[in-house]
Design a protein around this ligand. Structure first.
Ligand code: HQG
Length: 182
């Protein structure tokens, strides 16, 4: 974590994706949190935040993780939830190939079970290898799987593209991926 804004952003992502109670708030069924309540709840935890800082965090987030509603009274995470919320993901035809970065230590289990969402609602896929490597590094020594998303789609599997450009699907069976050299 580089600075105080990064730390605040990390906490906001925890609250909006996984643990709203950590800021004493609730999300609605579409994942929205009331901005006033979020700010008040964060202050209650001892964090220093105001609307200006929140707006800047949303605007400058390098992965564009959050969205406000039109009048900026509500905020939500664009993807990555473990809580069952419906953020209105758009179903979309994927490119022929997508990539998934993970850690070498998970590979044996992934080969056996395929890719599962684990604690999240969806398996997250990247459109390029570089992004996948960075996602994998979060877990350990990275490896990258090349996903035959075009074949999956033609076999009837649904894909969604989040507001911030992350491809999502419910699971990826082992026949649809191979490990590639990175
Ligand atoms: C692995 C970040 C064993 C899976 C990133 C992954 C992403 C299995 C881990 C977003 C498995 C779950 C999501 C199986 C999957 N056996 N391990 N059968 N199936 N796994 O963090 O994809 O910065 O929930 O390979 O950029 O790493 O948070 O998912 O390694 O977009 O915005 O289980 O989170 O974005 O880990 O990352 P995660 P992820 P943010």
């Amino acid at each position: 974590m580089k600075n105080s804004k990064d730390r605040l952003s990390k906490f906001i992502s925890l609250v909006l994706r996984h643990h709203p109670e950590a800021a004493y708030i609730q999300l609605d069924e579409h994942g929205w949190a009331d901005v006033e309540q979020l700010l008040a709840g964060m202050k209650k935890t001892g964090r220093k935040i105001n609307m200006e800082t929140l707006k800047e965090i949303v605007r400058t987030d390098e992965k564009q993780r959050y969205s406000f509603n039109e009048d900026m009274t509500l905020i939500r995470a664009n993807q990555g939830h473990s809580i069952a919320v419906d953020v209105g993901l758009k179903e979309q035809e994927p490119p022929e190939f997508l990539y998934h970065g993970t850690a070498v230590g998970f590979y044996e289990s992934i080969q056996k079970q395929g890719l599962r969402p684990m604690s999240r609602l969806y398996v997250h896929l990247s459109k390029d290898i570089e992004t996948a490597v960075n996602v994998g590094k979060r877990h350990g020594k990275p490896i990258v799987l090349k996903i035959h998303s075009g074949d999956m789609y033609r076999d009837g599997v649904l894909f969604y593209l989040s507001e911030n450009g992350v491809w999502l699907t419910k699971k990826v069976d082992a026949k649809y991926f191979e490990r590639i050299n990175i």
